[in-house]
Design a protein around this ligand. Structure first.
Ligand SMILES: [Zn+2]
Length: 345
């Protein structure tokens, strides 16, 4: 008996043999659906456009019958260079139900990046509801918690030490910090696609008024997200005449992908790098005009546990492909909640 099945037998869990997770994190249910990775299934679901959730997408585009995602995610994938044949694309609204063979799929919003969703699968054959949360934060507030029989989670912050006590206030803390820095010069903010757009909206809702300057890729992704309701206001393409004029004024916020080093030079500027891997303080100085801000688009350890407790599953499956300390998380869930937990793959 392979280890994984031994674990299941031991924990008396009710995992249907149709459920599997491969090494690259793809969650398959029979030959019907595969979520956030590829296997030869009828439908590939993309929960959001982050790179670790779109692995092997081209294989799915050629071998699955349909590609399902929110309209925003579909447009972002196209912008990121994927060519999705129109006849294969199935655009999903939050709250929508779709049937694929003997499964009923329900798609719900998550707070993570624009266009993110989570999936509940009602398996008529086994009578079980399988929920895959994908990435989320603020469970029970801006991410609805779905009740489940089997809950599949990516334990991004799987260890009890991964807790940010200031998480509930980070939006305000970040906005206040940016406001203060803007009095002495422009502010450059570096992060991943999606997280940048979330921060743009947060700063506006916290009353930050300075114009945003965006390089072309960030600009185009923002424009798409704005079309689906992201509130950004007053943003300009860095390479445009207007953009250059604002840059001269020295009162602006520049948003750049964290891996890009092409940002406009400005000697009065302060640079903020957004990172979820900081737990002690909301921000930490890295250099004279460089700061790291502990802004994450993921729930911390406590947030993950909150989802588990309120979803009230019979068994938790920790997807090790996208987890940190999956084993620790599974053990902590069992210890703290008494719910059977296994690690897959
Ligand atoms: Zn993500």
């Amino acid at each position: 008996v392979p280890q994984i099945y031994a674990d299941i037998l031991e924990s008396d869990a009710m995992i249907p043999n149709t459920l599997s997770i491969n090494k690259r994190g793809a969650l398959s249910i029979g030959r019907s659906v595969v979520i956030d990775g590829h296997s030869n299934c009828l439908a590939r679901i993309v929960t959001h456009a982050h790179s670790d959730h779109i692995s092997d997408l081209n294989a799915s585009i050629s071998r699955c019958r349909s590609i399902m995602a929110t309209p925003l995610t579909i447009d972002w994938l196209t912008e990121l260079g994927y060519s999705l044949p129109t006849y294969k694309v199935r655009k999903l609204d939050y709250g929508e139900r779709v049937e694929v063979e003997n499964l009923e799929l329900l798609f719900m919003k998550t707070l993570h990046i624009p266009g993110s969703l989570q999936v509940a699968v009602n398996d008529y054959e086994s009578g079980l509801r399988i929920v895959y949360t994908s990435d989320f934060k603020k469970p029970g507030r801006e991410t609805p918690i779905i009740e489940s029989d089997i809950l599949v989670v990516d334990a991004v912050y799987g260890s009890p030490s991964y807790v940010r006590e200031f998480d509930d206030y980070i939006d305000q803390i970040l906005a206040d910090f940016v406001k203060q820095l803007l009095t002495s010069g422009p502010v450059f903010i570096y992060g991943y696609h999606g997280k940048l757009q979330e921060v743009m909206q947060i700063l506006r809702s916290e009353g930050v008024l300075a114009p945003y300057i965006l390089p072309s890729k960030v600009y185009r992704l923002t424009k798409i997200a704005e079309g689906y309701g992201l509130r950004v206001n007053d943003y300009l393409l860095a390479e445009s005449d207007e953009g250059r004029e604002v840059i001269q004024s020295n009162w602006f916020i520049y948003f750049e992908h964290v891996n890009s080093s092409k940002a406009v030079r400005s000697n009065k500027a302060t640079h903020l790098i957004l990172s979820g891997w900081e737990f002690k303080k909301p921000y930490r100085r890295l250099g004279r005009r460089y700061w790291l801000v502990a802004f994450s688009d993921h729930a911390d350890f406590n947030g993950l546990l909150t989802y588990v407790i309120n979803s009230n599953p019979k068994v938790v499956v920790v997807n090790s492909a996208r987890s940190t300390h999956a084993d620790v998380f599974a053990k902590e869930v069992e210890k703290r909640t008494g719910i059977n937990s296994i690690v897959m793959p």
